[in-house]
Design a protein around this ligand. Structure first.
Ligand SMILES: Cc1cc2nc3c(=O)[nH]c(=O)nc-3n(C[C@H](O)[C@H](O)[C@H](O)COP(=O)(O)OP(=O)(O)OC[C@H]3O[C@@H](n4cnc5c(N)ncnc54)[C@H](O)[C@@H]3O)c2cc1C
Length: 247
């Protein structure tokens, strides 16, 4: 069981950012400190009992020391306990949370290149890192960042406009979308297939690249196998697996 700071949160905003994904913003009375890339565990009660589910922080704050809000995105699954709870949660409702947790965070010292890979809502940790990534790109002309997001179809590309804007303004930032269920009329940044089919193109090099993986357990397992075969280790292959809960 995860043990961290316990916080009481109140729902302030709620909106669909894709047909299956809800963005929720909760506020806290206490400062809600975190490192971009981490997650919180949220405890909620339904008529079936008390449950805990984890969600990555999607906040993209300038001052993470004074921040008092937690934004996260849930991709709804049919008959899911958290999915049903958050779909019906009213503005003003309260839940408790603990955290932050997780090690999917940027190191002090940049590698030559970051390869950031996500499926679905697994893009949110990188959204949380966006201001820091912009800062690092501005300070270090050699730094390159490749961001690859795998989703079913274009409707599911969460925070697409923010990533596309950085791609347009920063030549060292590349944003690629991979669609498992769409292959028509693809734009230059779009591909048909899974994120794993992009790895060969990137030619990852152990010792030069740092690889981040976040999202579906199967994608993480397949990717870890690929990168470990190239001698990547825990130091340069970070991962956050969105494991489904057993209860
Ligand atoms: C560290 C961590 C961070 C996470 N961050 C996020 C996040 O930012 N956003 C997010 O949406 N989720 C995230 N998850 C997953 C999240 O915690 C829940 O598992 C997810 O929201 C489903 O919960 P639920 O209660 O609605 O479904 P449950 O009641 O747990 O499951 C209902 C049914 O749906 C199936 N199911 C559950 N999840 C999926 C899925 N992803 N795909 C297909 N079938 C599924 C289950 O096997 C079960 O049959 C994270 C998980 C971990 C461990």
């Amino acid at each position: 069981m995860l043990i961290g700071n316990r916080l009481q949160l109140q729902l302030k905003e709620k909106r669909y950012i894709s047909p299956r994904s809800l963005e929720l913003t909760y506020s806290s009375m206490e400062p809600l400190r975190y490192i971009p890339g981490q997650f919180f565990s949220l405890n909620f009660t339904t008529e079936k009992g008390e449950f805990t589910r984890s969600y990555s922080i999607a906040n993209c704050d300038f001052d993470i020391q004074t921040n008092r809000s937690l934004t996260f995105v849930i991709t709804l699954v049919e008959h899911g306990k958290a999915s049903d709870y958050f779909k019906n949660a009213m503005i003003g409702s309260e839940i408790s949370a603990s955290g932050p947790f997780g090690n999917l965070i940027l190191p002090r010292q940049d590698p030559q290149r970051y390869i950031l890979i996500a499926t679905g809502a697994g893009i949110t940790p990188y959204r949380s890192m966006l201001n820091e990534l912009k800062k690092r790109l501005a300070l270090n002309e050699q730094l390159e960042i490749k961001l690859i997001h795998g989703v079913r179809d274009p409707d599911e590309l969460l925070y697409r406009d923010e990533f596309r804007a950085l791609h347009a303004e920063q030549p060292n930032f590349e944003y690629t979308a991979c669609y498992s269920r769409a292959s028509d009329d693809l734009k230059a940044f779009e591909r048909a297939g899974y994120v794993t089919s992009e790895f060969e193109r990137l030619k990852p090099v152990e010792g030069e690249d740092m690889v981040y993986l976040c999202g579906h357990p199967l994608m993480i397992d397949q990717s870890v196998e690929y990168f470990e075969a190239l001698n990547f280790s825990v130091a340069n292959l970070k991962r956050e697996k969105y494991l489904f809960s057993a209860i």
